[in-house]
Write a protein of this length. Structure first.
Length: 184
């Protein structure tokens, strides 16, 4: 049964306790979430193209933004560096495994939300289509392979993703979710 918080529909997994923890929060992030690139909205891609030259110093290798095909807006993703190899990853992942777009925003005093692609900001959460015109916010299946590792103790999943949930459903929504979990 989905959890309704204001206009948001959340997967019931958020109010489950699991023996999982996020290893990205303890400085052991592998940045595997950036493997294979990341889906984008057309708006995200257009913003990144406008930053093109400014992003070049952050990139492992220069990228020719003029060659980025944005003609299929329903199926856009970040360009991929070293495609079809074990080292394949989003072109915007830097050598230190941080995001070039995120780093650029921080260094220039720009809100992350203004530059970083929507699905990157949301990860390890995602939108799950459950019916026509009905989506639910859930844990991205990729997170189970990249961010979440076994833990000795059980933790609420909503606590593991507090930052992202607050970003998506707001502080008041997060407080409501915490209250629902304690009632469960």
């Amino acid at each position: 049964m989905p959890i309704l918080i204001g206009p948001h529909r959340l997967s019931p997994e958020f109010i489950e306790k699991r023996k999982l923890r996020r290893h990205c929060t303890d400085n052991t992030c592998s940045a595997d979430c950036c493997a294979e690139g990341v889906f984008l909205t057309l708006y995200d891609a257009q913003r990144i193209v406008q930053l093109g030259d400014a992003l070049q110093p952050y990139l492992v290798e220069p990228f020719d933004f003029a060659k980025w095909d944005l003609s299929r807006p329903s199926y856009l993703s970040t360009p991929v560096y070293q495609p079809d190899t074990p080292h394949e990853h989003c072109w915007f992942r830097m050598r230190n495994k941080l995001c070039a777009i995120h780093s650029y925003a921080l260094e220039h005093g720009i809100k992350i939300e203004e530059l970083k692609p929507y699905f990157c900001r949301m990860f390890p959460l995602t939108l799950i289509d459950i019916a026509i015109n009905v989506t639910e916010i859930g844990v991205d299946i990729k997170a189970y392979d990249t961010c979440l590792v076994e833990s000795d103790q059980e933790h609420w999943l909503f606590e593991q993703f507090e930052t992202e949930l607050r970003r998506v459903i707001g502080d008041d929504g997060y407080v409501q979710l915490r209250a629902l979990a304690q009632q469960a």
